[in-house]
Design a binder for this molecule. Structure first.
Ligand SMILES: Nc1nc2c(ncn2[C@@H]2O[C@H](COP(=O)(O)OP(=O)(O)O)[C@@H](O)[C@H]2O)c(=O)[nH]1
Ligand SMILES: [Mg+2]
Length: 257
C-alpha cells in the first residue's frame, strides 16, 4: 500500500470512528455502517453504487474510505456513515476500533468465489465477539449475481448460511446492475432503528422500576406501609415486563433475488 493511500485510509477510519451523532444535526439519527468481506467481492462497487448511483469498474483495492449519505426510512431522516473496508489485515487494532463504532454490518461475499463466503464466518464471529452480543444489525450479501456463468455459490448455499446465523437477512446483489443494493442498506438501517427503539424502551422501563423501588423504600408512616403480600405482588408486577421481554430485535426476513 502506498504512503498516500495509507494516509487516506487512516483519515477515513478516524473520521468514521470519531464522528458522533452529537456532531450532526440533532433532528437526524446517525447510523454507522461497516461493509466487510474478502478483497475483490465488490464491497467498494456496492458501496459506491448505493452512495453515488454509479458503477465503478475498477477501484483501488487497498483504499478504505468512508461515505456519508442521507436517506429517509419509514418517514425518518437518517444520516448514514458508511465505511468501505479494504480487508487488508484480518485482525488489526483498527478493525477492532471500527467494528466497535459500527452499528450495522454488511457482510459481503461473491457468488463467484466460494472462499469469500467461508471468510465471512470468521468475520461474523469477530463482529459478535467485539460487540459482545448475538443481536447485531447485519445483512448477508452474495454479490455479482449477474455473473451466472461464473457462479460457484448457489442461492441455497447463501440461504443455508443465513439460517445458520439465526435468519440473518440475505440478499443476492449485483453492484453492476444495482440489483438489491438499496434494499440491503435499508434493511440494515431498519434493524438499527428497531434495536435502538428496543434499547430506549428497556432504559425507560428500568428507570421507572428504579423510581418505584425508591418510592417503596422511602420511610413512610405506618398507614402507608403495604402488607407483606401486597409488597411481593407489587414487586412481581414491576419485574414482569423485563423478565418476559424478548431481547431479539423484531422479526427477521430472508430476501433473495
Ligand atoms: N460483474 C460484476 N462485477 C462486479 C460486481 N461488483 C464488483 N465487481 C467487480 O469486481 C471487482 C472488485 O470489485 P471491488 O468493488 O473493488 O471489490 P472490493 O475489493 O471488495 O472492494 C471490480 O473489477 C468490480 O468491477 C458485480 O456486481 N458484478
Ligand atoms: Mg474495495
Amino acid at each position: 500500500m502506498s504512503c498516500l493511500s495509507q494516509l487516506w485510509t487512516h483519515s477515513a477510519l478516524l473520521r468514521f470512528v470519531h464522528n458522533t451523532s452529537e456532531t450532526c444535526n440533532t433532528n437526524r439519527s446517525d447510523y454507522k455502517i461497516v461493509v466487510l468481506g474478502a478483497g475483490g467481492v465488490g464491497k467498494s462497487s456496492v458501496t459506491v453504487q448505493f452512495v453515488q448511483g454509479v458503477y465503478v469498474e475498477s477501484y483501488d483495492p487497498t483504499i478504505e474510505d468512508s461515505y456519508r449519505k442521507q436517506i429517509e426510512v419509514d418517514g425518518r431522516a437518517c444520516d448514514l456513515e458508511i465505511l468501505d473496508t479494504a480487508g487488508v489485515a484480518q485482525f488489526t487494532a483498527m478493525r477492532e476500533l471500527y467494528i466497535k463504532s459500527g452499528k450495522g454490518f454488511l457482510l459481503v461475499y461473491s457468488v463467484t468465489d466460494a472462499n469469500s463466503l467461508k471468510e465471512l464466518l470468521a468475520l461474523r464471529e469477530q463482529v459478535l465477539r467485539i460487540k459482545d452480543s448475538e443481536n447485531v444489525p447485519m445483512v448477508l450479501i452474495g454479490n455479482k449475481c449477474d455473473l451466472e456463468d461464473d457462479r460457484v455459490v448457489s442461492i441455497d448455499d447463501g440461504i443455508a448460511v443465513s439460517h445458520e446465523w439465526g435468519l440473518v437477512p440475505f440478499y443476492e446483489t449485483s453492484a453492476m446492475y444495482k440489483t438489491n443494493v438499496d434494499e440491503a442498506f435499508v434493511d440494515v438501517v431498519r434493524q438499527i432503528m428497531r434495536k435502538e427503539a428496543q434499547t430506549s424502551l428497556e432504559k425507560k422501563q428500568l428507570k421507572e422500576m428504579q423510581k418505584q423501588q425508591a418510592a417503596e423504600t422511602k420511610p413512610s408512616t405506618a398507614a402507608e406501609v403495604p402488607v407483606a403480600s401486597d409488597t411481593a405482588q407489587a414487586r412481581n408486577r414491576q419485574q414482569e415486563p423485563l423478565n418476559g421481554k424478548d431481547t431479539k430485535s423484531g422479526s427477521k426476513c430472508c430476501v433473495i433475488v
